[in-house]
Design a protein. Sequence first.
Length: 380
Amino acid sequence: MTVQDKELVPGLAGIPAAESSISYIDGQAGILEYRGHRIETLAEKSNFEETCWLLWHGELPTRKQLDGFRARLAGYRGIPQEAVDVIERLPKGGHPMAALQAGMATLGMYSPNVDVHDQSQREDAYARLIAATPTLVAAFARARAGKPFVAPDPDLDTAANFLYMLTGETPDELAAHVLDVCLVLHADHTMNASTFAARVVASTEADPYSVCASAVGALKGPLHGGANERVLQQLETIGSADAVPAWLDKVSAEKGKIMGFGHRVYKTKDPRAKRLQTLVREVREKLGSTPVYDTALALEDAVVAKLGAKGIHPNVDFFSGIVYEKLGIPTDFFTPIFAIARVSGWLSHWNEQMHDNRIFRPGQIFTGSHDAVYVPIDER
Ligand code: SDX
């Protein structure tokens, strides 16, 4: 049977692209597991650094292993001054995800070459990119605000350091904890578009910085990670809970997409959306009201009433932006935060791919013609 005889599956929906034991989703039941651990458990009991270890090694670290990993990350959070200089010269009107792509490629040029067939070198690159990605993101935020670069604090973990590098002040425990939970929730998610992009680039034996920079490009899109910033814009456009019905009727009539809803796999509420929603409640109680939250609740009720039967429910991007806004993070930095977390998933899949690699090269169903005649330009 040739490729020509096979049927095209748009978006490769449901087509396995790899075997993986890193994460698992049950889309009907709304279940997400990392290495067999339910996401609710990890969000409550774990932290981002421990989750990074779990994703890579397949088991939770001992205290000694986690302390060693944390020390390794602390040593890699700094970036060369030349990379800071490049980031500071990027156009201030550019999108932070474009700045992250440029930053990752630049970091790769100042980092040791990686033999992608060497497990220990892959593991070292894993630590380097997890540690430095927040620094790259914060460096652009500071540059765009016309503020000086803030170097990472070796005593702070990933979440706390990111907030520190954004503001120049040590964050309060609540803000650091809330962001840490968000990083755990966003770390991995089976064969999503950006992880698939990472695996395709990995399969060519490209370096991990190229793998991540390519995945950042995929995550940036509004149908994927870029949805989180658009959700907040959407809620602000709607303006209030009372305005939801008219807005939804208009969008539906125009066959528009409602940002933060729907999923290729989940046909019920995304378990990460549920945990992010409780985070919004926790943050509201301690940091004050969130006007867009009331609009979000009304929108969720209206969309689920209208489209729930089609399996359209809130996804991970629906509440995350409300949390980040309360933490004082600029809207167009929401997706870079998603990337800070997902670097761990992308590279864990890179590691898995390199264990039994074959370059991705799918086929196509040809719909063109043959034996075309070349007509000289003056006769066309
Ligand atoms: C992420 O894959 C992952 O795991 C991704 C992610 C991760 O952690 O990596 O979970 C993160 O990207 C979450 C998704 C963020 N994107 C959005 O919120 C953008 C809005 N959502 C849609 O664009 C859509 O739901 C997708 C892209 C998420 C999924 O698209 P599919 O699976 O290709 O579904 P589809 O576009 O074919 O829609 C099927 C039907 C269509 O209606 P019909 O033509 O059959 O009548 O459902 C409708 C769609 O119109 N539909 C929506 C909708 N999502 C689907 N209608 C209105 N609003 C929506 N959001």
